[in-house]
Design a protein around this ligand. Structure first.
Ligand code: THU
Length: 137
């Protein structure tokens, strides 16, 4: 049995392809910054999401949270990895880091450059958000 956080090349490829596909559905007419995300659950299921903007800009939902919400609403709460695809392969915003961290510290985060379709960085949510907020001490 692989440790919770370990990924193989097939996992990475599937996550990247799915996030790229999701990015093609991004609704981002205001920022024009397209983001796609994919989630691999502990049980091996895959989910995806894209950013969804709104004329009332604060209502925008990030791709990561759409993907996580999709997985959670299907009954999954343990995540091996989350892949985020964008121009430049940027890291998740602070709100998304807190959102992802809610479900565990070992979740692997893959940051992918959309144009090169290549992995820019592989890290964990615990590394991206040390000393995260929790109601439990
Ligand atoms: N965005 C994401 O989808 N994920 C992030 O982690 C950061 C930002 C989106 C929100 C908005 O639609 C666009 O990128 C520019 O901020």
């Amino acid at each position: 049995m692989k440790p919770d956080f370990e990924l193989d090349e097939e996992d990475r490829t599937q996550l990247i392809e799915l996030a790229l596909e999701a990015r093609s559905h991004a609704y981002a007419p205001y920022s024009r910054f397209l983001v796609g995300a994919s989630v691999l659950t502990q049980q091996g299921s895959l989910f995806h999401g894209c950013n969804v903007e709104n004329a009332s800009l604060g209502l925008t939902i990030c791709a990561e949270r759409v993907a996580m919400g999709s997985a959670i609403s299907a009954g999954f709460q343990r995540f091996r990895a989350i892949c985020v695809v964008s121009e430049g392969g940027v890291a998740p915003c602070g709100a998304c880091r807190q959102f992802i961290r809610e479900f565990g510290g070992d979740t692997v985060i893959l940051l992918v450059d959309a144009d090169e379709r290549s992995l820019k960085k592989e890290t964990t949510i615990g590394q991206l958000l040390p000393d995260s907020f929790s109601l439990k001490s």
